[in-house]
Ligand binder design. Structure first.
Ligand code: IPM
Ligand code: MN
Length: 389
């Protein structure tokens, strides 16, 4: 049990406006904590290309939110990414995971550098962080904001508003597999999808809980391929219906992954929450990003509900736009909003989403880089202003 510390009578404290100023003798620090602003330690990794630029705008918005909603941010910047790798040969320092575990959250820009062979940075930085920190959920909302151009004919914001819960530590992403007789005509390459009962179950359970908390249509769709992947998705399907028994208020549904890509285009209004494995989740969320107006506005969270989570825009590092102040920072700003929600600052998170809505409704011309009618920094300034007002 926490022993209450005491604050002697007459101590001066910066927060003068609360009840202990009037307390005759002493006050317990446990009470005091209720009146102190919370401080969140955030690790900030701008990364490559336009990553640092969009993260800078997200930080502006977070600062404005902290002023308005009464919490503090203690941010520490890390320089991981392609430039550091090219300069030092190091991808991530060995001690990094112990360091990162001390933070409340991680805010990431983008990883991917034109001078580094594809796969190295993605696997050794981005995927390694997801795996080592056991961020077993990749939460990706697909939401068409009002005023945003949708490539689907006749679809409105009320038709496109669902969330994909992507398993984030297993499946085809574990790196299991290998070559046999490489480089010969008899070469064999295997890439194994790893699905553990525990891994599948914790993801599905999270998805049910999330659907319940979201309380929109209370419908959870499992996206799989039970007609061909008869081992992996047999496990997924059995687990889905078993876990579902504890959630009588949630309607369950199933769709094959190929069919779901059709429904995303034809009937996106059918979906509330979708749960799926790592690779299918990767693929369908790019399609999801497109129907919500593009990668400029698609955000996601790599979540470990019992550990440290990492929030990032879904798009890549877009190196050709680097340093031009033209990239769209809205995805990074929405990722910052998701981080606020995760930290428990739901009012601040709502303010971010409301401000983005106001901007898409009344101001921004297009979500495409260079065509927004505003620069990257102007968008960040406008949202920060709206959140702080
Ligand atoms: C994503 C990305 C990553 C993934 C790549 C960069 C490794 O496409 O976050 O969706 O495949 O998960
Ligand atoms: Mn992807």
């Amino acid at each position: 049990m926490k022993s209450p510390a005491v604050l002697p009578q007459g101590s001066s404290f910066w927060y003068t406006n609360c009840h202990f100023a009037r307390t005759p003798d002493m006050v317990t620090l446990e009470k005091l904590e209720d009146y102190m602003p919370k401080t969140y330690k955030v690790a900030v990794i701008g990364g490559d290309g336009t990553g640092p630029e969009v993260v800078a705008e997200g930080m502006k918005v977070l600062d404005a939110a902290s002023g308005k909603f009464g919490f503090k941010l203690d941010s520490t910047y890390f320089d991981f990414g392609g430039d550091r790798y090219l300069k030092t040969g190091e991808l991530l320092p060995e001690s990094i995971f112990d360091d990162l575990r001390k933070f409340n959250a991680i805010y990431l820009g983008a990883i991917g550098h034109p001078d580094v062979k594809p796969g190295i940075l993605e696997k050794e930085i981005l995927l390694r962080m997801r795996f080592e920190l056991d961020q077993y959920i990749n939460l990706r909302p697909v939401k068409l904001f009002p005023g945003v151009d949708c490539p689907l004919k006749d679809k409105k914001p009320e038709d496109i508003d669902f969330v994909v819960v992507r398993e984030n530590t297993e499946g085809l992403y574990t790196g299991a597999g290998g070559f046999l007789r490489k480089g010969t005509p008899d070469e064999i390459a295997t890439q194994v999808s790893v699905n553990t009962r525990k891994g599948v179950e914790r993801c599905i359970r999270y998805a049910f809980e999330y659907t319940k908390k979201r309380n929109k249509s209370n419908k959870l769709t499992l996206c799989g391929k039970t007609n061909v992947l008869t081992y992996a998705f047999d496990l997924w399907e059995r687990t889905f219906y078993e876990v579902g028994k504890a959630y009588p208020g949630i309607k369950t549904d199933y769709a094959h992954v190929d069919a779901i890509t059709m429904w995303f285009v034809k009937n996106p209004e059918w979906f509330d929450v979708i749960v799926t494995d790592n690779l299918f989740g990767d693929i369908i969320t790019d399609l999801g990003a497109m129907i919500q107006g593009g990668l400029g506005i698609a955000a996601g969270g790599n979540i470990n509900p019992e550990g440290v989570s990492m929030f990032e825009p879904m798009g890549g590092s877009a190196p050709k736009y680097k340093g031009q102040n033209v990239i769209n920072p809205l995805a990074a700003i929405l990722a910052a909003g998701m981080m606020l929600d995760y930290l428990g600052e739901s009012k601040a998170a709502n303010a971010v989403e409301k401000s983005v809505t106001e901007l898409t409704t009344t101001k921004i011309k297009s979500l495409a880089a260079g065509k927004m009618g505003y620069s990257t920094t102007e968008i960040g300034d406008m949202i920060a202003h709206m959140v702080g007002r």
